[in-house]
Design a protein. Structure first.
Ligand code: IVH
Length: 673
């Protein structure tokens, strides 16, 4: 690279190679060799160098994994080879029909089949040019799809660059499925629910929705995985699909570990039956197996009819769907008051368990499917995901069934329900709604919030039903009722004392945890930390306007609106006041800052365009960082403005991390002073 010190170029290459290697160990082999901190350090080093020498940035750099500028619309791309769909078979007989058809079209040839799991996700086509990932595209209508390369680059199981001994493989197309593991999906949904966000219906929908997000930064936070199932090279004739899977693995992709090369259709059927029984042992959902004629030559001879190839078949499993009657639609009230409609069903046996309730998600879902009381519906269950109503059999609808009208009052407390613009769920805004009270207290006591051991579901239930606690502030008056608590059945003095001790200790919890524990809609643990970093006390946060909140990088209009609304409510203010009097911490601890720059020392050089020196200093200190006046080896970051002076030279020599103004702004999350 012209004009750049070759040592820097080498350093960048070395960092990339190391990061790629660790990505592979971590994401593909699941055998990390270094800690997260060490990994982050390497990544930050590379980011700093790329910020300083943008000429060195390449599309395959591991820094692209962290997301980039949002796209407005995805460009359309035409697939070189159409992405077809598969013909389905549901029975042994239909699988044998497929075998007979193939053999009659290829008489006297020896035929082998590769059987693979049929991943229940979203198909994706990847193009590599000279080993570099240049395109990631959705299937679309099979002929044309969307160019979602920026999002695809964030998926860690997709190599951004291929290493191969055979260079002909470096120009190729790889197809596969983007999926989400069930446990990742459930964890993500739990977090979304905690933050009062809309939950996803199943892993497939969430994978599909995520790939279409316009902000690749959000995509990085979603646990997507890619399983490769097809390889095509224009420069090399490939001989066996089964071998291609091994090649894909060598190229750094994850493939179906259980793929099997079968000589007879009996072996295929055995594989199909085996995986039908074992599907729940897998960490992800499958809905069958895919049978493929193994030889690409034979595949070509067989060709395709309509939209599916003759050489392949989806052998599906018996679906875990069942038909039943919907008796009633009930509303459930969650912790932050979110209302979820639930179907009360005539019990039906489904995939090993009896199901009598299923989620209906929200008003729009019910309206879209036109679900009515008394309808005969289809319920589905996948893996261990909650059952859901997926269709209505309109022919079986009772004549007197009327469209469902979403109730406007909370079923628990009778308060008027509210549905905000752009939100899917109604919510009950009454902080003292009895159903919410229990859940709020549980959330307050939750390990990630105020962490009060001994204040679990059963105890909360008791405290609320015996009228010891109507809200979280009442917890801090419990000590006054110690004698009465000790008299309660099956509650000895020791356990009461333990509970009171736990409540007392919770007063030490830092401000950001308190903010999270308050259970403000859309304020999860991460947002609470951001708020605490930017508004150093609850009094400042209370006064913050919608605009001031939105000026914080991570805070969008929905979160801002919810916060403003929360602090407008007199009852909330009363509770906060009581908690303040009880000694709960509603201010950032300045000495031991917990901000995201905590523990770091900064030096400023040159003039910044959006901040004065003083303002920049204040912003750093607010986030827990320290500002020093000269560069030394104790300095972590040098912030470079215009016309940077000798400090820059010195910092470079010492290998200190460098931030330009753009980077500084993105780190502190503020665009103006
Ligand atoms: S091969 C000609 N292999 O199933 C189509 N597809 O119904 C070749 N799928 O859109 C596809 N697992 O998204 C193939 N092991 C697998 C698969 C698989 C899931 C999906 C794929 C495709 C759909 C076809």
């Amino acid at each position: 690279m012209k004009g750049i010190d070759p040592a820097i170029v080498r350093k960048v290459e070395k960092l990339r190679k190391e990061l790629r290697h660790h990505d592979y160990l971590y994401y593909v082999l699941a055998e990390p060799k270094i800690s997260d901190e060490e990994y982050d350090k390497l990544m930050r080093e590379l980011q700093a160098l790329e910020a300083q020498y943008p000429e060195l940035i390449t599309p395959d750099s591991p820094t692209h994994r962290v997301g980039g500028v949002p796209t407005k619309e995805f460009p359309t791309v035409t697939h070189d080879v159409p992405m077809l769909s598969l013909a389905n078979a549901y029975s042994e007989e239909e699988i044998r029909d497929f075998d007979r058809r193939v053999r009659s079209l290829l008489p006297r040839e020896s035929i082998k089949f590769t059987c693979e799991l049929k991943f229940d996700g979203v198909s994706l086509s990847l193009r590599y040019t000279e080993g570099i990932l240049t395109l990631g595209a959705t299937r679309g209508d099979g002929t044309q799809g969307d160019d979602i390369t920026n999002n695809v680059r964030t998926i860690r199981t997709i190599p951004l660059r291929l290493e191969a001994s055979d260079s002909a493989l470096l120009d190729c197309e790889v197809r596969g499925e983007v999926i989400m593991f069930r446990k990742d999906f459930e964890k993500m949904n739990q977090e979304r629910e905690r933050a009062g966000e809309k939950v996803f219906i199943n892993p497939r929908n969430s994978a599909a929705g995520t790939l279409k997000l316009q902000d690749s930064k959000i995509v990085t936070t979603r646990p997507l995985k890619f399983y490769a199932y097809a390889l095509r090279s224009e420069r090399k004739k490939l001989k066996s699909h089964y071998e291609n899977l091994q090649t894909l693995k060598k190229l750094g992709f994850v493939v179906d570990e259980h793929a099997k090369l079968c000589n007879t259709i009996d072996d295929v059927i055995e594989h199909w039956k085996r995986w039908e029984g074992k599907r729940d042992e897998l960490p992800f959902d499958i809905d069958g197996i895919v049978v493929k004629v193994d030889s690409p030559d034979q595949q070509e001879k067989l060709g395709a009819i309509a939209k599916s190839p003759r050489w392949s078949l989806a052998a599906k499993f018996a679906s875990r769907k069942a038909e039943t009657k919907l008796r009633e639609i009930r509303l459930q009230v969650g912790r932050v008051g979110t209302i979820t409609p639930v179907a009360d069903l005539e019990p039906v046996f489904l995939g090993g368990t009896t199901v009598s309730r299923a989620s209906l998600y929200n008003e729009d879902y019910i309206r879209e499917l036109d679900i009515r009381k008394g309808d005969t519906v289809i319920v589905e269950r996948g893996g261990d995901v909650i059952p859901k109503v997926t269709a209505v059999i309109k022919e079986k609808r009772p004549r007197n069934a009327t469209p469902f009208v979403f109730p406007k009052k909370c079923p628990e407390c009778g308060s008027q329900l509210i549905r905000m613009q752009d939100e899917a769920n109604y919510f009950c805004d009454n902080y003292e709604c009895p159903k919410q009270v229990r859940e709020r207290i549980e959330h307050w006591a939750y390990r990630g919030a105020m962490d009060i051991p001994g204040l679990g579901e059963a105890i909360v239930d008791r405290l609320v039903s015996e009228k010891f606690a109507k809200n979280i502030a009442d917890l801090y008056d419990l000590h006054k009722h110690k004698a009465k608590l000790c008299e309660l059945e099956r509650w000895g003095e020791k356990s009461v004392q333990n509970l009171l001790d736990g409540i007392e200790t919770s007063k030490q919890k830092p401000y950001h945890r308190v903010l999270y524990a308050l259970g403000i809609r859309h304020v999860g643990a991460g947002v609470a930390q951001v708020l605490a970093d930017h508004f150093s006390s609850i009094d400042k946060l209370k006064k913050a306007t919608q605009e001031e909140l939105e000026a914080v990088y991570e805070i969008g209009p929905k979160i801002a609106e919810s916060i403003v609304r929360f602090f407008k409510n007199r009852k909330h203010l009363e509770i906060i006041h009581r908690l303040q009097n009880a000694g709960i911490r509603f201010e950032s601890d300045k000495k031991k800052a917990s901000g995201k720059l905590a523990g770091k020392t900064f030096v400023l050089t040159g003039a910044l365009t959006t901040f004065t020196r003083e303002q920049a200093k204040e912003a750093i200190e607010l986030l827990g960082g320290r500002v020093a006046s000269s560069v030394s080896k104790n300095v972590d970051v040098l912030i470079i403005g215009e016309e940077a002076g000798s400090k820059l030279e010195k910092a470079k020599k010492l290998g200190i991390e460098l931030w330009d103004e753009k980077k500084f702004i993105s780190m502190i999350g503020k665009t103006k002073a």
